[in-house]
Design a protein around this ligand. Structure first.
Ligand code: BG6
Ligand code: MG
Length: 217
């Protein structure tokens, strides 16, 4: 019996994935190389410092620990500038309606994000009060595909993984959910998220009953 849904934030609730991509790409460009949107899939759900390591490897750039921190801070400042004017208009289509369905079905709602910027983002789009539990990058030590972020969410809800569905746009996020024995719904393309119990392009028109049925419970 499903009792809660745990949502990733970037690329699921709000389209901030594109801002992370823009800011990382600017960093790469300033270091003298580039990477594609397809490469960017590997960065989704991955923590700030781990993303930097991956990007530096792509560019064949070696930096000292101090320089890495400086570049990661720079990227975060660019990212924060991009999200500074966010409004509820940037909530992804169909999300408010789906959250309302959960509320009317008595399904509890939590957030499980790798981002250290998750709180200001959910506040600026007006969804702060919707999330009963928020686990973000300030509370985790292990990155997706480790299930820590979702396990902490379930623990805080007082639920078992098999009572929760995780909604994720990242391949690493789906793996994290499955590694933790959660049900998983992928938001995006089946080529990337095919391991999930259900893959949908987005929340528009999505019915809660449909989701439960697809989980086979
Ligand atoms: C995840 C994003 O939600 O958060 C990643 O998918 C990002 O792209 C990660 O790197 C960490 O975010 P932040 O805001 O702490 O740099
Ligand atoms: Mg995401």
């Amino acid at each position: 019996m499903i009792k809660a849904c745990i949502f990733d934030l970037d690329g699921v609730i709000v389209d901030t994935a594109k801002y992370h991509f823009q800011a990382w790409r600017r960093l790469a460009n300033e270091l003298g190389f580039d990477f594609s949107e397809a490469d960017n899939e590997q960065l989704k759900g991955v923590s700030r410092m781990e993303s930097l390591e991956i990007i530096l490897k792509w560019g064949g750039v070696a930096l000292s620990e101090e320089q890495k921190i400086e570049w990661a801070d720079r990227k975060n400042e660019w990212y924060k500038a991009l999200i500074s004017n966010m409004t509820p208009d940037e909530i992804l289509p169909g999300v408010p309606e789906f959250l309302a369905q959960l509320q009317s079905n008595g399904i509890r709602i939590a957030l499980g994000s790798a981002s250290k910027n998750a709180l200001p983002v959910i506040e600026s789009i007006g969804l702060g009060p919707v999330f009963e539990v928020v686990i973000d990058g300030t509370q985790t030590t292990l990155s997706k595909p480790d299930p820590q972020v979702f396990r902490l969410g379930a623990q805080r809800l007082g639920l078992k993984p098999y009572e929760c569905i995780v909604f994720e746009d990242a391949e690493s996020g789906i793996e994290a959910a499955l590694n933790g024995r959660f049900y998983a719904v992928g938001i995006g393309r089946p080529e990337v998220l095919g391991k999930a119990h259900l893959v949908i392009p987005g929340f528009v028109g999505l019915q809660w009953e449909e989701v439960v049925k697809a989980m086979g419970v």
